[in-house]
Write a protein that binds this ligand. Structure first.
Ligand code: ADE
Ligand code: ZN
Length: 319
């Protein structure tokens, strides 16, 4: 039986399995530049974050209707339930869809059709987190937040993702301030490929409550001390780090050192369709490759609920 856990770093578009991509392509009359699912899987050899993002954005072309987003989210929730996920805080990338001519309602309403019934159908409570693409402009992020206003009853927080290096958090200060005033929770990817300074900047200028990845904090002992002292959770994604070559092999992953340093670490799947594993696959991988004890694994599962945006009473029920 997989440990009950919360998934806090999951891009819903990154759960698009090749089979579903081809089904949706057929349904929507979209031609994919791959002969079949085997040929598509062959393309899943990434050099770095950008080489993955190129394919990730390309495959989004198959997502056209509310039903497509519903089917995508429902397929994820089915897999997540089998992996012990009891609560999922799910990222989505509206700018990538708006740029293709879709509107915000298609994306949010479609996802909500699956998320809204997830507790009954999958035993998983959910939250939705709108991510801004950091390689787009600050104005585009503000326009996206405006477009999301009619749907804010369904959106718990905002995040920041896509190509990190060269796109420091400071660029998004205003949109994070506006979102905070609207009562939205705040997270951001930082320290995945980018330097530790981006983590500090995201904390100081964007007021983030969790760091997505945050791996490179280990290069700055003072930052580690601060993250420990302030109990800032990190949403680590070990299989993602291997596939995107942020670490050489799983055995080199700093997770044990991070736990030993007292950091509030969680283990998540990021883009599981592309990186070879969902939530419990990541737990299993770190147990096998890093020799984490059962106590450590239980600590990681407990941390996932502590670091979630669930209220205390909901958190107790989910565990
Ligand atoms: N978008 C989807 N997955 C991502 C990741 N691992 N880093 C940054 N942006 C992303
Ligand atoms: Zn991510």
């Amino acid at each position: 039986m997989p440990l009950p856990k919360a998934e806090l770093h999951l891009h819903v578009e990154g759960t698009l399995e090749p089979e579903l991509a081809f089904d949706l392509a057929a349904r929507n009359g979209v031609k994919l530049p791959y002969a079949d699912t085997d040929e598509l899987r062959e393309a899943y050899r990434f050099e770095d974050l950008q080489s993955f993002l190129n394919l990730y954005y390309e495959l989004m072309a198959v997502l056209r209707t509310e039903r497509d987003f519903e089917d995508l989210a429902d397929a994820y929730l089915t897999r997540a339930a089998a992996q012990g996920v009891r609560h999922a805080e799910i990222f989505f990338d509206p700018q990538a869809h708006l740029a293709r001519g879709l509107d915000m309602g298609t994306v949010v309403e479609g996802l909500w059709r699956a998320l809204g019934r997830s507790e009954e159908s999958h035993g998983i409570s959910t939250r939705l987190i709108l991510c801004f693409l950091r390689d787009e402009s600050a104005d585009s992020a503000l326009e996206t937040l405006e477009a999301a206003r009619p749907y804010l009853d369904r959106i718990t927080g905002i995040g920041l993702d896509s190509a990190e290096v060269g796109h420091p958090p400071a660029k998004f200060r205003q949109v994070y301030e506006t979102a905070a005033a609207l009562g939205l929770r705040r997270v951001a990817h930082a320290g995945e490929e980018g330097p530790p300074e981006y983590i500090t900047e995201a904390l100081d200028l964007l007021g983030i409550e969790r760091v997505d990845h945050g791996l490179r904090c280990m290069e700055d002992p003072e930052l580690v001390e601060r993250l420990v002292r302030e109990r800032v959770p990190l949403t680590l994604c070990p299989l993602s780090n291997v596939r995107l070559r942020t670490v050489d092999t799983l055995a080199d992953h700093p997770l044990p050192a991070m736990l030993d340093a007292g950091l509030l670490c969680t283990v998540n799947s990021d883009d599981p369709a592309y990186f070879g594993g969902y939530a419990d696959d990541n737990f299993r991988a770190v147990r096998e490759s890093l020799g984490l004890t059962e106590d450590r694994l239980r600590e990681l599962a407990r941390n996932s609920f502590l670091a979630s945006f669930l209220e205390d009473d909901e958190e107790r029920r989910a565990r």
